[in-house]
Design a binder for this molecule. Sequence first.
Ligand code: B1M
Length: 228
Amino acid sequence: MEDDDIDLTALSDAELIEQMHDDLYDGLADEIVEGTQILLDRGWEPYKILTDALVEGMRIVGIDFRDGILFVPEVLLCANAMKSGMNVLKPLLAETEAPKAGKMVIGTVKGDIHDIGKNLVIMMMEGAGFEVIDIGINNPVENYLQALEEHKPDILGMSALLTTTMPYMKVVVDAMVEKGIRNDYIVMVGGAPLNEEFAQSVGADAYGRDAAMTVELAKEKMLEKGAA
Ligand code: B1M
């Protein structure tokens, strides 16, 4: 440990959370992993660490990115640090005894390379017993259609973080309608710039405001599907 290094174990929970926000901002992946592990050792629930330390840290990053204080290379480092913390939590969030709750194909739409939120949704869905096929980022409509045909999921999930890419969700839904397969799937959409009204306008069945809400809605929609 160098002289100016902070001993994370010596911090109170509140101080550690604040320090983790700073470390995420500075893109310090090792420190984020260490902080995440300390909180786990102190008995924190994985989901609380995810929301209070990591997601909140990324929210702060987003403000300075918007305001031109942080730039893409720096935010990439923040994203990398966030992913390192998520990797520690992933096996814990995915621990479940539940039988398979359903199957989902999910991907970020064409033109969009944001994947942290999508990956979080995947972790939470898997934790709730869903089988999830991740088709990654920047997906043209053909990728979605091919994945539906290949994996025959119950749910199609789409993520978009840009106001310029979110309209592409309608391109995918329209293609499903055209192929006569729209009603074979539950279509769920999510991403920071979306809202309920937008989801309805593109013809989706549900809007997942966040990962936890997405899991709840997915379960609800699976029940409705079963009943139908
Ligand atoms: Co980008 N970026 N970015 N970015 N980026 C935003 C989205 C932005 C809001 C920043 C800002 O200005 N404040 C802004 C969009 C503005 C707009 O469209 N109105 C923006 C911009 C402009 C850009 C570029 C254009 C910048 C540039 O190049 N000049 C560029 C575009 C690249 C592209 O995609 N073509 C760009 C690039 C990048 C990085 C590569 C540097 C990096 C992405 C790294 C990565 O993902 N691997 C990045 C990041 C990290 C962000 C911010 C800071 C953080 C996003 C994030 O990970 N949030 C973001 C600002 C912000 O959102 N506050 C920003 C944390 C994550 C947990 O939340 O993704 O919202 P979120 O996911 C939530 C819910 O939305 C929901 O559940 C998740 C978990 O709770 N959800 C779903 C998400 N997807 C779902 C799918 C579902 C259900 C729920 O399916 C059913």
